[in-house]
Write a protein that binds this ligand. Structure first.
Ligand code: TXA
Ligand code: MG
Length: 319
């Protein structure tokens, strides 16, 4: 039976109104998006932004993504360009974040963007976050709803696992369809993917009619949040594994080890999108079951496999 938590709200007209008022009063709430759950607060208000950093234990040098309903709402805050317009038209609302220059008179609080000249903006697709963004007159600064360096939550209960009752409103939007964070692309210069996601480089190349330089992908330093130790399930993770070690949980693709204890398939059909959507959920299950170590088989480095490899590589950095 599903446990009930007093701070996890079922979405309806009444809870939507309550959440909107809560945000309007400067508070921070956990909200569902199509990628992962976020911790959202008024991006124009310093006290709300500070609450987010404090709850997450996030260094102030790591800027937040600002979430808008649509381009019209963002236009006074960001400098747009041709690349942005093409990608926006093709993929938004959707799981992609753009790094753009801020307008001089932007209302985005300077702490939210870590005092940089640039800002990360995103137009999420999940119907609940859209219904909230539509009804408020400020954008939401919203990092993933996990403690800094942990893995992102993909359902309301995961958020509760992270913050217990410290976050007073967790809006339940079910399991996130995508299950990995959005693609982050820097458009302030020649386009560069800073964080791979489900909207992958091939899809972006087609729309922009360009080819990314090889070294431009997976570049870690440009995005302050892409430190090596990140997305950690809190126990050692070993990647590119071939042989199962008795003491660990083994994550793989396909159905070879079906019904075998300690073996967890990311996707029975070896579908990489499905695998991406199950990764964080399986990490949490394994941790809860008390395993002390995770082994992961080799994941093909194509399509959504690139994003999976990025996250598991970071998760495998020694604790
Ligand atoms: O899917 C997502 O993007 C989720 C949902 C909630 O929208 N959000 C999310 O936010 O993953 P967060 O804060 O966990 O990750 C944001 C990433 C960080 O790596 C951060 O350093 C980077 O975006 N970022 C933010 N502003 C930036 C900037 N101005 N330049 C470069 N990187 C930036
Ligand atoms: Mg995060």
């Amino acid at each position: 039976m599903k446990k009930s938590y007093s701070n996890i709200l079922t979405f309806n007209r009444k809870t939507l109104g309550k959440t909107i008022n809560y945000l309007k009063n400067g508070n921070v709430a956990a909200l569902p998006t199509e990628t992962v759950y976020g911790l959202g607060g008024n991006a124009y208000k310093e006290s709300s932004v500070l609450k987010i950093f404090n709850l997450k234990g996030r260094p102030k040098s790591n800027p937040l993504i600002i979430h808008y309903y649509n381009l019209y709402d963002a236009i006074n805050d960001i400098e747009i360009n041709e690349y942005f317009l093409k990608l926006y038209k093709q993929f938004c609302p959707g799981p992609i974040t753009f790094i753009l220059n801020k307008k001089i008179h932007t209302k985005i609080n300077h702490l939210a963007s870590a005092k940089l000249k640039t800002v990360a903006v995103r137009f999420p697709k999940h119907k609940i976050i859209r219904s909230i963004l539509k009804k408020i007159d400020f954008p939401l600064a919203m990092p993933s709803a996990n403690k800094s360096e942990n893995i992102s939550p993909v359902c309301a209960e995961d958020v509760f696992d992270e913050f217990k009752n410290k976050v007073r409103i967790i809006m339940d939007g079910g399991k996130c369809k995508i299950g990995l964070e959005s693609t982050v692309i820097d458009l302030t210069n020649i386009p560069e993917i800073l964080r791979p996601g489900i909207i992958n480089k091939n899809l972006i190349e087609k729309v922009l009619k360009l080819k990314f330089k090889k070294k431009a992908i997976n570049k870690i330093v440009k995005s302050p949040g892409m430190m090596k130790k990140h997305y950690s399930p809190g126990i050692p993770v070993l990647i590119n594994q071939k042989k199962h070690d008795e003491k660990s949980a083994f994550i793989y693709l396909g159905s070879r080890y079906q019904n075998k204890k300690k073996f967890f398939s990311l996707s029975k059909k070896s579908n990489l999108n499905e695998a991406a959507s199950n990764l964080y959920k399986i990490f949490r299950i394994i941790k809860k079951k008390g395993y002390k170590k995770i082994q992961i088989c080799k994941i093909p480095n194509k399509g959504s496999g690139i994003a999976i490899n990025d996250r598991i590589k970071r998760a495998s950095q020694t604790l």
